[in-house]
Design a binder for this molecule. Structure first.
Ligand code: IMP
Length: 192
């Protein structure tokens, strides 16, 4: 079955292709000739994930899935959430971290979670798969691996940040891995 993963991120695609094997012919946005930016204009991670998948289904009429992720901080009432990528006004990870640390200066509660929501649309029917990893935010960044908010995020029951872990270690714990594992379980048992 052909299935479009609404991304042009080669790394994400390679990972999921390897897991799904030959039963699904995964296509990128480029491969279905979708050259436009997908809309991401809702105010939730769930909404943006759905909006991207729905756009592909409506314009290209191909079964598809899209993912959207963000960091939700308890003391900031869930911010930056859907605005994680551009929280400082630019897509600069260091500046985004600086803004978060400034806003948390007086906060006792440093708990946060990363969340990924994947929306799958099969024959017009949509469903979502969620992955969450809870943790706490440091006062200073630590580590050089990963991206985004990894240097300040310490997952629960661990003492190193995501940026101090190998890709493999983070890959076993991450919100994205958890959501994708649910999607893969579903697709592997799908008989449609
Ligand atoms: P996306 O939806 O996967 O593009 O993620 C949106 C934004 O959330 C990213 O630009 C990062 O700022 C943040 N983010 C998502 N996943 C992670 C992660 O695994 N580590 C650190 N930051 C992340």
């Amino acid at each position: 079955m052909q299935l479009c993963f609404a991304t042009n991120n080669a790394h994400k695609l390679k990972e999921i292709r390897a897991i799904l094997g030959d039963s699904f012919e995964l296509k990128t946005l480029n491969e279905i000739n979708c050259e436009e930016e997908l809309p991401e204009t809702t105010d939730t991670i769930e909404g943006n994930s759905h909006q991207k998948a729905e756009y592909v289904w409506e314009h290209f009429h191909i079964n598809c899935f899209a993912d959207d992720s963000g960091l939700e901080i308890t003391a900031l009432n869930g911010a930056p959430g859907v605005h994680s990528a551009y929280y400082s006004g630019t897509r600069n990870h260091q500046k985004n971290i600086e803004r978060v640390l400034n806003e948390l200066q007086d906060a006792d509660d440093r708990s946060a979670q990363f969340k990924t929501v994947i929306t799958l649309i099969l024959n017009g029917q949509s469903q979502q798969f969620e992955g969450i990893i809870k943790g706490n935010l440091l006062h200073q960044p630590r580590g050089t691996e990963g991206f985004g908010y990894d240097p300040i995020f310490v997952p629960e029951s661990h003492d190193r940040t995501f940026a101090e872990m190998t890709l493999e270690e983070k890959g076993k714990l991450s919100h994205r891995a958890r959501a994708f594992s649910k999607l893969v379980d579903f697709l592997q048992s799908y008989q449609g």
